[in-house]
Design a protein around this ligand. Sequence first.
Ligand SMILES: Cc1cc2nc3c(=O)[nH]c(=O)nc-3n(C[C@H](O)[C@H](O)[C@H](O)COP(=O)(O)OP(=O)(O)OC[C@H]3O[C@@H](n4cnc5c(N)ncnc54)[C@H](O)[C@@H]3O)c2cc1C
Length: 583
Amino acid sequence: MWPFSTYPELTANQLSEEYDFIIVGGGTAGCVLANRLSADPAVKVLLLERGPRADSWAARVPLFSSDFASDGSRTLRVASKEQNQLGRSLLLFTGRALGGTSRINQMLYTRGLPAEYDAWSEAGRKGWSWADLRPYFLRSERSLSGAVADVHNAQGEWMNRTFGRFYFPGFEQAITAAEDLDLPYIDDLNSPTHPPFGCGRLHFTIDERAKRNSTYHAFLPEALARQRAQNLHICTNTLVEKIDIERLEGNGLVARGVTLLSSGDKNPERRYHIRARREIVLSAGPFGSPQTLMLSGIGPSGHLQEHGIPVLKDLPAVGSNLQDHFAVSTGFFVPMRDSLLSLQTNPWRFLKELFKYLIWGTGWLLGPVLQLAIFTHTRLLDESGRPTRTDKAFAQDLPDIEIMPMAYSSHDGIVPRTRGLFSFLSVLLHPRSKGSVRLSSPDPRAPLVVDPRYLSNAEDMAPLRASLKLSLRLRDQMRERGYTMDDWLVPASESDSDLDAFIRTSNRTTYHYSSTCRMAPEDDTDGGGVVDDELNVHRVGHLRVADTSIFPWIPGTHLQAPAVAVAEKCADMMLTSLNSLYR
Ligand SMILES: Cc1cc2nc3c(=O)[nH]c(=O)nc-3n(C[C@H](O)[C@H](O)[C@H](O)COP(=O)(O)OP(=O)(O)OC[C@H]3O[C@@H](n4cnc5c(N)ncnc54)[C@H](O)[C@@H]3O)c2cc1C
């Protein structure tokens, strides 16, 4: 702990009584906000994170820090409620450390097509079209491939890059198979003008020294944190129990401060109250933000009353509308040397890759378990899953499925280790099913009741069936070109009933939890809303939310880049409002 370590992180007992801005949750979005709001030394900012900073060599190596291969010390695992359609509970994962989920994710950097955000704007979310958001995507980007006008910035803080080559032969084969099937190769998957069908290489938030570039590393590096130590206080291992909200004469509500529990969430020693002169912003993620609102008395009134929490504002959309990109996994046996599994089964392979990483910053420790994406709209597929139409008529459309080839198993269960594994993860990009996040107790340390209600909307089945068929056509094409690929985990047949049975058993989360504090009018007919277009909680002064929980609905892309864009825009709005006070 500072001053004994060099990073200026504080404990709750070292904090001031009052700050201009308090940020709850030092995750993907929270670190961006802390950087932007503290740029002016006259503005005092507090960032509160329940997890540790937990930085180490291994925590920066892309492979070892990714959740599936890490020691789990920066991950919070949440067991979902038993899923009716699946007959089981699923484990859900989020980050719990400074940098949040950007410390444990797969580092894919994708923004999605403009139409994702234009649809938000068309639904009435003023200021949230692609044209509005593009500057916020670009502001923080540092593309290691260089700048491209209106597409990539090379001057920001947050680095991304593509890999120069495919690390596994299966990827080369998969991209050729996609092209054989008339899904064109796209040079830049982050270009706003590419068609909604095709295949291409992914970008990763990995820095020029081959290290994970989480938002903690990018936006709150030690040099910046030390330089701003007087006006930016970063407090880790501290759980925010609730927002302290005052009821004014005339019945208005205003957030005045936060109540903290020091020393982590296992053994709290003390409660602290810290005041906010200006605003509080919740960036505690898709589970933490609705949880904190509910513990503060803002949420579905019946649910709060069940737990004896005094209701300050009945806001039914808090913790409702949970969405995730549900996915189905097919699996194949390939030669062991073509699979990441050989790192576990062959010590020499491991030593070779370690050596490559240490000397040249290359090789499998970059975590290239997936390197490309294949996507389309399932309307463009025929009965057998083959793409039939790739014409311009669909240029304004959005893809509804993404297939991610993986040089490993993407199955959410025990996997054989006798042969190499390769898989296709078929991802539903625009799910209709919606779930919820609820409290199990008024204790902020108690586990949440998370019920994603996967497949509860029957409309989710058709695109998943089509996407499974496309995966099998890709497999056929790879085999036709001579790649050895034996079936391990595939549907019994391609009849609807066999595909549906497979979808219900071979599935998983893609960790993309969103929309639990969605941006929409309070009485929106599509599920209600929690925040307005400026991210203010409805009818509560001085309180905003900025993280993946505010998406009006889940965008059809990976969520970390949109989370950063939301934080950039929120910081801008907060500073504009602060500056207008002094005009
Ligand atoms: C294993 C995994 C792989 C993924 N891979 C990718 C990928 O490759 N590309 C991609 O784009 N997306 C990926 N995602 C999703 C993406 O990373 C997340 O959607 C996004 O980072 C979430 O950002 P956030 O700011 O909403 O929340 P988070 O980053 O989760 O931040 C929330 C923070 O708030 C803290 N917090 C919560 N409650 C409290 C409280 N009461 N008091 C104090 N602090 C609190 C948490 O500890 C956490 O640090 C992945 C996710 C996971 C789990």
